[in-house]
Design a protein around this ligand. Structure first.
Ligand SMILES: Nc1ncnc2c1ncn2[C@@H]1O[C@H](COP(=O)(O)OP(=O)(O)OP(=O)(O)O)[C@@H](O)[C@H]1O
Ligand SMILES: [Mg+2]
Length: 254
């Protein structure tokens, strides 16, 4: 796989009831890219992520992952094939500790990889899985939070835990929906540095949405602008930033 896109969407459409949210969206993400999708509130960014990850079905269009069509596949099959995802509001098991959350994710990956129902969430995970949990937790600065229930973790710790859990599934592509939403400027800068480091050490391709322009221009190798469910610009960050149409509908208001 050299030139084939990791993820490709063609003529993707999605309506909720009578309201069409996505109109013929075309997207092609090359391996190693860090693509940021920007656009005003309600533009359809989260809906696009949901369609790509299989959380909701799309109405029309074709989605492919590394050349294989995944349009009709359920979300868990897409995870198994390499799509990782975090959410605008972190999704973790609130009553479990950070370490238990991580253990669930690592065991899930292990089980899916073996294709068997061997050991479903055992209380005593194998040593190699425990080591993997510890390594990911320290990589994401979660060691100090390991034994606290997830529900009492600080906002940034929750976001990092969710990211650690998605990495435990060994994705090739990670989709991050507003990874720095609700963070202070200092935490934002740390989050950007961490995402960039994880991208490099894990060889990830990234697809993210963001409203914070420092985060956008700090991470993007390519930008896509969504406006009212349509892509109105797509290209190098500097070119998109200079696009008068983009300034008019989005950047100009920021
Ligand atoms: N489940 C749903 N049912 C009906 N309408 C929905 C649903 N989810 C989203 N919408 C509508 O679809 C449009 C796009 O929403 P979406 O959440 O994809 O936007 P967004 O670009 O992610 O916005 P934000 O920047 O605020 O996160 C909005 O008009 C929203 O109200
Ligand atoms: Mg959204």
């Amino acid at each position: 796989m050299t030139d084939a896109p990791i993820l490709e969407a063609k003529a993707l459409c999605k309506s909720y009831g009578l309201v069409q949210v996505l109109h013929d969206v075309e997207l092609s993400i090359a391996p190693g890219e860090s693509r940021v999708v920007i656009g005003p509130n309600g533009a359809g960014k989260t809906t696009l992520f949901k369609c790509l990850s299989g959380e909701v079905p799309s109405d029309k269009g074709v989605i492919s992952l590394e050349g294989r069509e995944i349009t009709g596949l359920r979300g868990w099959r897409r995870v198994q094939m390499g799509i990782g995802r975090t959410f605008q509001v972190a999704r973790i098991f609130p009553e479990m500790t950070a370490r238990e959350n991580m253990t669930v994710a690592v065991e899930m990956r292990d089980r899916l990889a073996r294709g068997t129902a061997r050991r479903l969430f055992s209380l005593a995970p194998a040593a190699e899985l425990r080591a993997e949990v510890d390594e990911l937790m320290s990589e994401l600065d979660l060691a100090a939070a390991a034994d606290r229930p997830a529900r009492i973790l600080a906002h940034g710790d929750k976001k990092r835990l969710e990211l650690a859990m998605s990495l435990a599934l060994r994705p090739t592509l990670v989709m991050l929906d507003e990874p720095t939403a609700g963070m202070s400027p200092a935490d934002r800068a740390d989050a950007v540095a961490m995402i960039a480091r994880l991208r490099d050490t894990h060889g990830l391709t990234l697809l993210l949405t963001e409203h914070d322009m420092e985060v956008v221009f700090g991470l993007a190798t390519r930008l896509t602008v969504l406006h009212q469910g349509r892509i109105i610009a797509d290209g190098a960050p500097a070119d998109v930033r200079a696009d008068p149409n983009v300034r008019e509908v989005y950047l100009g208001h920021d």
